[in-house]
Write a protein that binds this ligand. Structure first.
Ligand code: ASP
Length: 397
């Protein structure tokens, strides 16, 4: 944890120095090298994501051994995930309308309004057709469904199934230990990414983008500090303990910009907060894939920002539609760097706003992605604490 924080601070300082002093022809290649050493980490984690999700969810499902209890966890989880995402979207509306980062720029759009993907497309994207689809990060949702059904099938085998349940649980432990090994590299990756971010995006923190980012960071952090404090407090945990444990995954998420890559660190934090494996083994892998408060807040803010840039007025009906679009958009967002901006195309399409907005937002995406990913993973853990309390589990101290 200390090394992660150290890597982060050092990366920012070194990046800032290089950004301020090196000539442009040196800055580019240096930034690329920093990024490459960060990418190694994310790639190693991405490799382990499908087996990690498979074993943790299947093992947790098989060990719960009671379909009703599992149903309860899933129902509570979805309820909390949806409520917190809607709250985040409302923050996004308040942020974009009060700070108004795009007002007065009067851009004009060249593209015709896009057609949004249909509800059927989105529904079926959760159920990929081939087994090989489960093995890529984009197929995580289908992998989750597969693992839950597999875990349930094991419990239906009764005593005979115990052997398989044990193998799944061993597999899950092996994956955790695999991840622990990779994690030794995390401080280096955090340093590399932080430096790259500063060199590449330091100068962009000016003008309308600065206003956007300032508002996004402010309200996203407000959501983190306020909403999650209340949630963990309701869950019987002192907020300070949550923030202490959450700092580690927060920094990993902030620099890797991937909820999937942060899953192991988030699990470690849940363990530290004393949450039972049975609960977080289900809620965190699913949360990493579907629960993205930071992304919803960002997509709402971005859509309003784009409307402001192009001088398009929005009515209360639009705001309602936007909250819904961001809920679907954030659920469908892949837990990888930039996933939220790719799905921003969907949100803009639903709203009938110019698709050029995606290109405009891409310019500052790594900066905007850092904070939204950090909050995405933090929300999963806050909800997990409350779910655990509702289900009658005691936090281990
Ligand atoms: N990078 C985010 C995540 O992994 C998704 C996004 O781009 O909003 O949680």
């Amino acid at each position: 944890m200390l090394f992660i924080a150290l890597g982060f601070v050092l990366g920012i300082i070194i990046g800032w120095i290089i950004s301020a002093s090196a000539p442009p022809e040196v800055k580019g290649p240096v930034a690329d090298w920093f990024k490459a050493f960060g990418d190694i980490f994310v790639r190693l984690i991405r490799i382990v994501i499908p087996p990690l999700i498979f074993f943790t969810i299947a093992a947790a499902t098989a060990s719960i051994a009671n379909a009703r209890k599992l149903g309860k966890i899933l129902a509570l989880m979805l309820f909390l995930y949806i409520i917190t995402t809607i709250i985040a979207s409302v923050w996004g509306i308040i942020a974009a309308t009060t700070i108004a980062p795009g007002v007065g720029l009067n851009l004009t759009s060249q593209q015709p309004p896009p057609t949004p993907p249909s509800g059927i497309d989105i529904l079926l994207s959760f159920f990929k057709p081939d087994f090989s689809d489960l093995l890529v990060v984009g197929g995580a949702m289908t992998m989750i469904i597969f693992a839950i059904i597999l875990g349930l099938s094991v419990t239906f085998l009764g005593d005979e199934g115990r052997k398989i349940a044990n193998i799944l649980s061993l597999g899950s432990k092996t994956m955790v230990s695999f991840v622990r090994l990779i994690m030794y590299y995390a401080p280096v990756a955090v340093f590399m990414y932080a430096a790259w971010l500063m060199i590449k995006y330091g100068p962009q923190m000016l003008g309308a983008y600065a206003k956007f980012l300032g508002g996004q960071y402010l309200f996203t952090l407000l959501h983190f500090l306020l909403v999650y404090s209340i949630i963990v407090w309701l869950g019987g945990l002192a907020p300070i303990k949550y923030f202490k444990a959450q700092t580690y995954p927060f920094l990993i998420a902030f620099t890797t910009r991937s909820s999937a890559a942060t899953l192991p660190a988030n699990m470690e934090a849940a363990r530290r907060m004393g949450v039972s494996d049975e609960v977080f083994g289900v809620t965190l892998p699913i949360g990493a894939t579907v629960n993205m408060d930071g992304t919803a807040l960002y997509q709402v803010m971005s859509a309003i920002f784009v409307a402001q840039l192009f001088n398009i007025g929005l009515t209360p009906f639009h705001y309602g539609l936007l909250i819904f679009a961001a809920l679907v958009g954030s659920i469908a967002t892949a837990a990888i760097p930039g996933g939220g901006t790719i799905m921003l195309a969907y949100v803009l399409a639903v709203m009938g706003l110019p698709l050029e907005g995606v290109g405009i937002m891409l310019v500052i995406d790594p900066l905007a992605d850092a904070i939204r990913t950090a909050i995405n993973v933090s929300g999963d853990n806050a909800c997990t604490v409350l779910i655990s309390k509702f289900l009658g589990y005691k936090l281990r101290s």
